[in-house]
Design a protein. Structure first.
Length: 53
């Protein structure tokens, strides 16, 4: 968004990330089948159970 590109944009981005983290499980469930096999937390993938950025 425009506010993310302005001088204090990183703060806006961090707030958006926080908002995403609060609904992590809901978002994961909307991403389709098979994510539990891919998001294992091993190698370069994140764990399906833990939000990270």
């Amino acid at each position: 968004t425009k506010s993310m590109r302005e001088e204090e944009g990183f703060e806006v981005i961090k707030k958006a990330i926080l908002n995403l983290s609060l609904r992590h499980k809901e978002h994961i469930s909307a991403y389709g089948e098979g994510n539990e096999r891919r998001l294992t937390g091993r190698h370069e993938t994140a764990s399906i159970d833990q939000f990270s950025w």
